[in-house]
Design a protein around this ligand. Sequence first.
Ligand SMILES: [Zn+2]
Length: 164
Amino acid sequence: MKNKYFINSHQWTEKDINTVGLPRPWAMPKKKGLAKKVPIPWQSEDCFKDGHLGLNKQNEDLIYKNDLCAYCGIKINDIEITIRWKTYNLLLINNYFRWIYSDIHPFHIECMKQGRIFCPYMKTLIDEDFETGTYKKLKQNAINDVIKSKELRNEKTIKKDLQS
Ligand SMILES: [Zn+2]
């Protein structure tokens, strides 16, 4: 049952911009194709009154820099086993188009499991669309792809926002 993901949780408000961990605060999107109640990831905001899940740009920018899970906001250790989406179109990844950089960053295993239940796109993917491995290794794979996607678009800011 999907409801188990909301036990001891509460409805997302602006005070939750920095609420980390599981369970995630939730929102009620009233949108076709979405569950009645959906968890709000740490790098997102409830903008469903405007019809969509919003991006919390400030948190998004910290994910690579501080080794954070985009879903729960908790720091991941180098040796932790994580999971990462790997079958995306590199041209569609940047902070302004279809996918954002944190979408291809490693997640905690449980966090990705929830993401795959509630995100209407992730839901359509199969296990082979993902790779698992230590955070250290998967983060490097993600960084390599962010660099590649920037090169494909000739962005001048390569690496700049990935390294502090
Ligand atoms: Zn997490």
